[in-house]
Design a protein around this ligand. Sequence first.
Ligand code: 5GP
Ligand code: ZN
Length: 114
Amino acid sequence: MKDCIFCKISNNIINVNKIFENKELIAFNDNNPQAPFHVLIIPKKHIPTINDIDEIDKVLIGELFIAAKKIAKKNQIEKSGYRLIINCNNDGGQTVFHIHLHMLAKRKLEWPPG
Ligand code: 5GP
Ligand code: ZN
């Protein structure tokens, strides 16, 4: 997708410091962090929202969570904990329409969220 910022990041048109990458996905720090640790895990494939996930994406979506587990271990937050969030559309607070898993950690997060 030509005008998608996360496609530009995954195609190396915009450079970010990747903290994880494999064939299907990348992870990098959010540039407006909401916690001391705020990483975004994105599929390289352009999928605008959760509503656009197809049956064929089942394994890919699972890989986002496998990556989160690996990143948690590497950053030693698996015991202290973290929160994974995918926002969807306006009420969900989505601003970038290429799905991404937010990974927040290193502070006590409130519940319910704002
Ligand atoms: P959403 O609101 O769609 O759930 O989350 C989008 C996230 O992407 C926001 O937390 C925002 O700070 C982050 N973001 C938007 N543009 C960029 C960018 O160009 N680089 C990085 N690293 N993060 C971005
Ligand atoms: Zn995209």
